[in-house]
Design a protein around this ligand. Structure first.
Ligand code: FAD
Ligand code: UDP
Length: 367
C-alpha cells in the first residue's frame, strides 16, 4: 500500500461509498477499508438459488430529498416496488402502516370519521400532552387496541426493552393515515435497485482503491500515516476502545432458508407483532422484484442485545445511550483529522437516504 491519500475511508457502506465518490470526483485520492469480505454495508445484496436476497434485512430505498435521489440514480436503475408490509398478530392479518384497512380489520369501521371516533374514545383514558416515551406516544397516536396488538409486542421484541423505556422518536417513523393507503412510507421517491444494492455501491466505488477484510482498528497508526484525513463509519465507541463504556446496539440473527415452493407468505415482509413468536419478521426476498422462480428464499429475523463480536445493527437511542454518545463526541473533538459518519459513527437510527445526505453534506462542509 502506498501513502499520500487525501482520505482514508473506513467502511464501504453507503456513507463510505457516497463520500468516496464525491471526493474522487473532486480529484482527491481515496483509500477505502472494509472489515467484511464485501462492500455495501448492511444494504448488501447477493444471489442465492437464483434469487436476489437482502442479506442483512429488507432494504427499501425511499426519500423526499431530490438531490439524494438524483445522486443514487447515477449508479442504479430503481424498480417500482412499493413497501406494504403485513402484520400477523396470532393469525390475524392487518395492513401496515396504520390506515383505514387496518382500522376496518380491527374495528369493522368503514369511514375515516368512524375510525377517528374510536381512536378518540380510546385516547380519552390515556392521552398525555407531551409523551416522554414510546408507549405514551403510541397510545396518543393510535389508541390502545392498535398499541396492544400491533406495536407493543413487536417493539419489545425488536428493542429488548419495555416501550415505556424507549424514546417516542422510534414510533414517529411510522405513518398513521385515514385513507386506504398501504404504502409504508410517506416518500416522494421509492424503489429497489434493479441489479441490487451491491451493484449500485460497486459503481459508486469505481476506480477507487478498496481493501476488503481489513479492519482499520487493528492497525490504525499504520493507516493514519497513509492519509491526511480519516472518515470513520464504524461504531464510535469501538473507535475509542470503549473507554467510556459500550453503547447499546441491537443485533439481528438472520436465519436464511431456501424453500421448495414458489410462494411462502405472499408478501415481501410479514411482521409478527405478538410477544410469543420468537422472531420479529419474515422476509420473502423474491417479492421485492416480483420473482417467478420455482423456489423461494426467506429470512427470519431474531433480535438480540449486541455483545462484543456481534455485528451492531441498530443504535438504541434511549436517554442513557444518547448521553454516553454525546460524551464520546466530546472525545472526538480531540481527534482533529477524523470525521465520524453514518449510522454507527454518529449513533443515529438513520435510513439509507439520510446516510447518503449526511455523506454529501459532510463532503461539502469540509472542502
Ligand atoms: P453500514 O452499512 O453499517 O456500513 C458501515 C461499514 O463499516 C460496514 O460495512 C462495516 O463492516 C464497516 N466497518 C465498521 N468498522 C470497521 C473497521 N474498524 N474497519 C473497516 N471497516 C469497518 N434503510 C432504509 O433506508 N430502508 C430500509 O428499508 C432499511 N432497512 C433496514 C433493515 C435492517 C435490518 C437494518 C439493520 C437497517 C436498515 N436500514 C434501512 C438502514 C440502512 O441499513 C442504513 O441506513 C445504512 O446501510 C447505513 O449505512 P452506513 O454506511 O452508515 O453503515
Ligand atoms: N413497529 C411496530 N409494529 C410494526 C412495525 C414497526 O410497533 O409492525 C415499530 C417498532 O417499534 C419499530 C419501529 O416501529 O422499531 C420502526 O419500524 P420500521 O419498520 O421503520 O423499522 P426497521 O425497518 O428500521 O426495523
Amino acid at each position: 500500500m502506498q501513502g499520500g491519500y487525501d482520505y482514508l475511508i473506513v467502511g464501504a457502506g453507503l456513507f463510505g461509498a457516497a463520500f468516496a465518490r464525491c471526493a474522487a470526483d473532486a480529484g482527491e485520492k481515496c483509500l477505502v477499508l472494509e472489515r467484511r469480505p464485501h462492500i455495501g454495508g448492511n444494504a448488501y445484496t447477493e444471489t442465492k438459488n437464483g434469487i436476489r436476497i437482502h442479506r442483512y434485512g429488507a432494504h427499501i430505498f425511499h426519500t423526499n430529498n431530490s438531490a439524494v435521489w438524483s445522486f443514487v440514480r447515477q449508479f442504479a436503475e430503481f424498480n417500482h416496488y412499493v413497501h406494504s408490509p403485513i402484520a400477523n398478530y396470532l393469525g390475524e392479518i392487518y395492513n401496515l402502516p396504520f390506515n383505514m384497512s387496518t382500522f376496518n380489520k380491527m374495528w369493522g369501521v368503514t369511514t375515516p370519521e368512524q375510525a377517528r371516533e374510536i381512536i378518540k374514545q380510546q385516547q380519552r383514558d390515556c392521552y398525555i400532552p407531551e409523551p416522554e416515551n414510546l408507549e405514551q406516544q403510541a397510545l396518543n397516536m393510535a389508541g390502545r387496541d392498535i398499541y396492544e396488538k400491533l406495536i407493543k409486542g413487536y417493539t419489545e421484541k425488536q428493542w429488548g426493552r419495555p416501550c415505556s423505556e424507549l424514546p417516542p422518536s422510534i414510533i414517529k417513523r411510522l405513518p398513521l393515515r385515514f385513507t386506504y393507503d398501504n404504502n409504508y412510507f410517506n416518500a416522494k421517491y421509492q424503489g429497489i435497485p434493479v441489479d441490487g444494492y451491491t451493484a449500485m455501491v460497486e459503481k459508486m466505488l469505481r476506480g477507487i482503491e478498496l481493501h476488503l477484510e481489513t479492519d482499520y482498528l487493528q492497525d490504525r497508526a499504520f493507516y493514519n500515516r497513509a492519509a491526511g484525513r480519516v472518515i470513520y463509519t464504524g461504531p464510535i465507541d469501538a473507535y475509542f476502545n470503549y473507554s467510556l463504556g459500550a453503547l447499546a446496539y441491537r443485533h439481528i440473527r438472520f436465519d436464511i432458508q431456501v424453500l421448495q415452493q414458489p410462494n411462502f407468505q405472499g408478501n415481501a415482509v410479514v411482521n409478527y407483532t405478538d410477544p410469543l413468536t420468537p422472531y420479529t419478521r419474515i422476509i420473502e426476498h423474491k417479492h421485492f422484484e416480483a420473482g417467478k422462480q420455482k423456489e423461494t428464499v426467506v429470512s427470519y429475523e431474531y433480535s438480540d442485545e449486541w455483545r462484543p463480536g456481534m455485528e451492531p445493527y441498530y443504535p438504541v437511542e434511549d436517554k442513557q445511550n444518547r448521553e454516553l454518545y454525546l460524551r464520546y463526541r466530546e472525545l472526538d473533538r480531540g481527534e482533529k483529522q477524523v470525521i465520524f459518519g453514518g449510522r454507527l459513527g454518529t449513533y443515529r437510527y438513520y435510513d439509507m437516504d439520510q446516510v447518503i445526505e449526511q455523506a454529501l453534506n459532510t463532503f461539502q462542509n469540509i472542502r
